[in-house]
Design a protein around this ligand. Structure first.
Ligand SMILES: C[S@@+](CC[C@H](N)C(=O)[O-])C[C@H]1O[C@@H](n2cnc3c(N)ncnc32)[C@H](O)[C@@H]1O
Length: 236
């Protein structure tokens, strides 16, 4: 099976997600001990989508991160470049455009949308996988209307060093084995652990957002900082 490496070649990343699409949501529940549902609720609250708004859920995968927005009356475009993930999500929902969620194939580095299309843009557990984070943040800014907002949900780092070290041990030693038992694809979860450990911390990611043109950037930690929500606004 193809597994991505830290150079995050797009074809490797897309093929890896194609390979784990079938059990993707189940494995998330298992390895996060159900915390993924808490994180998703926090994203929905942070995006705070209103009825009639158009939301881009980038790197949406099977669309699990997209679903909750429609309950608030917004329409959602769930965009991803893994056709395996998109097809799995569309199959489960009975179509590629059903009940307010529309699946669209697209690359975060060159989004297939016009300037200022969306009221809000969000990306959950996707930004860490793109080959050029700065370009993805600039693309997200381009497709957001002036006054619109961005919410990023991504694995991050526990601010207490010895607890972070313990967590790293779990990531490297246990997580790929547990995920492998449920998915049969432990290599993909080796990549997950490695990419989390190599990912910038909360303050550094904030600087990336500011550098890409996002304003009023802030973050907050979830589950001790294993996950962080970053927020920004497009002001001009
Ligand atoms: C860990 S999954 C997250 C899926 C979903 N957002 C969730 O929270 O369950 C990461 C997703 O990012 C997608 N992805 C990675 N790089 C991408 C890119 N350059 N353009 C579009 N999607 C990308 C992958 O195909 C994969 O579906």
């Amino acid at each position: 099976m193809t597994r991505a490496k830290l150079d995050k070649k797009p074809q490797d990343v897309a093929a890896m997600f194609d390979g784990i699409a079938e059990n993707y949501d189940l494995v998330n529940d298992v390895i996060s001990l159900g915390q993924d549902r808490v994180w998703r609720r926090a994203v929905v609250d942070a995006v705070d989508a209103h009825s009639g708004e158009l939301v881009l859920d980038l790197a949406a995968g099977t669309g699990t991160s997209s679903e909750s927005f429609i309950r608030k009356g917004a329409r959602v475009i769930a965009c991803d470049f893994s056709l395996g993930m998109l097809q799995n999500g569309a199959r489960r929902r009975g179509g590629a455009s059903r009940g307010g969620v529309t699946f669209v194939a697209g690359d975060a580095l060159s989004l297939p949308f016009a300037d200022e299309t969306f009221d809000a843009v969000t990306i959950s557990f996707g930004l860490r996988n793109v080959a050029d984070v700065d370009q993805a943040l600039r693309e997200l800014l381009r497709v957001t209307r002036v006054g619109g907002r961005l919410v990023i949900c991504e694995f991050s780092h526990i601010p207490v060093e010895f607890v972070d070290k313990l967590y790293s041990t779990y990531l490297m030693a246990a997580l790929p084995k547990i995920a492998g038992a449920f998915s049969g694809r432990s290599e993909a979860y080796d990549y997950l652990s490695e990419s989390i450990m190599a990912w910038p911390d909360q303050a550094e990611l904030s600087r990336y957002l500011q550098g890409a043109g996002w304003s009023r950037v802030a973050w907050r930690n979830l589950t001790l900082g294993t996950v962080a929500l970053h927020r920004g606004f497009r002001e001009k």
